[in-house]
Ligand binder design. Structure first.
Ligand code: UN1
Length: 499
């Protein structure tokens, strides 16, 4: 067993009747074998979560925040080991693995502050001697279904908020990245063990494939299902949760674009496009898929990008644990084949294609490393509407900002968007017309901070997680009116009912 797995998950080897083999995308090597939870076991976990809720909801929110504070402290201490495990299990470069753990730490800090700021409202009543208020109460067990590409941060966004809001958490990680989840759970358990107010089962991990997720989705004891993944997955989860009148928080596919205007500072634009396109091997939901470039600078921008893509493709792809590597492997063979298919589909329409194709097969026969691909098109076509979870970027020219906004918004997804401009009017126009949940100016589409609400519209699912007032999704709102007079109480709307 590899050192980071052993250090964070001692004794994992001892597990028997495994049905789930976890491999590293770096070289296909087996990391561990695990046993999936049965549906009955998931239901027992839910029952435990319901019991935990009965205790946890009555613990004062700032005390709940103290548990999250201690968890964040432990994450600081384990940052390097956990980042290493993230890299081993999902293949992102170590620097990004560290960034991901930092994102967990940041959201813990945010949640600690929030635990003293779960503010309601006081409202002026229309009636004499009446007072109205709105208060926020804990909701109940929250199911978190997370994806392989951010195997720990997205859970932390949900868990840190849910915990301070008074909700226990049930986590179903991707079957491709269960080890990082078990490592987080182990760290959490150690912190919770030293915290008298934390009930048993406050945070649990359930391992398995779709049927395990489905058991959570269909369970009426879970008022909120927060699911990150493909639009296909969201199309199954959303209606099932809605059918039982549960709440879902969906964070699904993106098809994110950057508009590079004539006034853009290319020294700012090019690095942002590169990080967005090839960072995390194009496997972020916020990755840049489309680049619309004003036709007057299209040759220049395509030339600069293609040189950078070629350089990265020939020199900076490799073992994600090695310093200097910018692009690690794709998660698996399916991801590679999807990229190949997408390139073949667009080839007849492309005027130029730079990069693409598998590399480093000799060094890593079991890993799927690809050269990032840059595809130049005359106009946007239907092939571009699909999200390909790989480093594949389309460059498309445009002439007017009004027209490019139409093209920009024409895709079914609506997560992240950006404009590169030094013109205030262009920036404001874009900010108001992009139909995405994230609209950046002179910043790429990926790499959002935790302080803002994260999520998007249309097929991205409409959910908002992480910062701002996203916490409200994890609580229920109570509106309460009190009468403190001694006469017969007045009715609202001036209604008289003199019985
Ligand atoms: C995701 O890809 O699911 O904004 C999340 C970003 C990261 C989170 C991405 N902070 O790129």
């Amino acid at each position: 067993m590899l050192a980071p797995v052993e250090s964070l998950l001692p004794g994992l080897d001892a597990r028997t009747d495994a049905d789930l083999t976890v491999t590293s995308p770096i070289n296909g090597a087996e990391l561990a074998r695990l046993r999936s939870h049965s549906v009955e076991e998931v239901q027992e976990c839910v029952a435990r979560s319901v019991r935990a809720f009965r205790t946890w909801r009555d613990v004062p929110a700032p005390v709940r925040g103290e548990l999250v504070r201690r968890f964040g402290e432990r994450l600081r201490a384990e940052k390097e080991a956990l980042a290493h495990l993230v890299t081993l299990e999902c293949g992102k470069i170590l620097e990004e693995g560290r960034g991901e753990v930092q994102e967990m730490i940041d959201v813990c800090d945010f949640a600690v502050g929030l635990s003293r700021q779960l503010y309601g409202l006081t409202i002026h009543s229309e009636r004499p001697r009446h007072s109205m208020q709105e208060l926020w109460l804990p909701l109940g067990p929250v199911a978190v279904i997370s994806a392989f590409n951010f195997p720990v941060a997205v859970w932390a966004w949900n868990a840190a908020l849910a915990l301070v809001c008074g909700d226990p958490v049930l986590w179903k990680p991707s079957e491709k990245t269960p080890l990082t989840a078990l490592a987080c759970q182990r760290i959490f358990d150690e912190v919770a063990a030293g915290f008298a107010e934390a009930p048993e089962g406050l945070s649990q991990v359930v391992i398995g494939r779709a049927e395990v997720g489905n058991a959570l989705v269909e369970d009426t004891r879970i008022p909120l299902v927060s699911a990150t993944g493909s639009c296909r997955m969201g199309r199954i989860v959303g209606p099932k949760v809605a059918a039982r009148f549960g709440r879902s928080l969906l964070e699904l596919g993106g098809n994110n674009a950057i508009v590079v205007t004539q006034s853009a500072d290319l020294g700012v634009a090019i690095p942002s496009i590169l990080f967005g396109s090839v960072g995390t091997a194009g496997q972020r939901c916020t990755s840049t898929r489309r680049v619309f470039v004003h036709s007057s600078i299209a040759d220049d921008v395509f030339g600069r990008l293609s040189r950078a893509f070629e350089e990265i493709g020939s020199q900076r792809i490799g073992d994600p644990l090695e310093t200097g590597t910018l692009v690690g492997p794709l998660i698996d063979k399916d991801a590679f084949e999807n990229m190949e298919r997408a390139i073949e589909a667009i080839r007849p329409r492309a005027t130029q294609i730079v990069g693409g194709g598998r590399t480093l097969e000799d060094r890593f026969p079991g890993g799927y490393y690809v050269r990032p691909a840059l595809v130049r098109l005359e106009r946007q076509s239907a092939e571009v509407f699909e999200e390909t979870f790989a480093p594949l970027t389309y460059v498309i020219p445009y002439d007017s900002l009004e027209e490019v906004i139409e093209e920009h918004n024409a895709v079914p997804q609506g997560l992240s968007s950006a404009i590169m401009t030094t013109d205030l009017r262009e920036a404001e126009y874009f900010r108001n017309r992009s139909d995405c949940g994230i609209v950046n100016v002179n910043i790429g589409t990926s790499g959002a901070e935790i302080g803002g609400a994260f999520g998007g519209e249309k097929e991205t699912g409409g959910g908002r997680e992480s910062g701002s007032d996203s916490w409200k999704a994890y609580m229920r709102r109570v509106t309460s009116t009190t009468y403190y007079g001694i006469e017969r109480p007045a009715l609202a709307q001036g209604v008289r009912f003199d019985a």
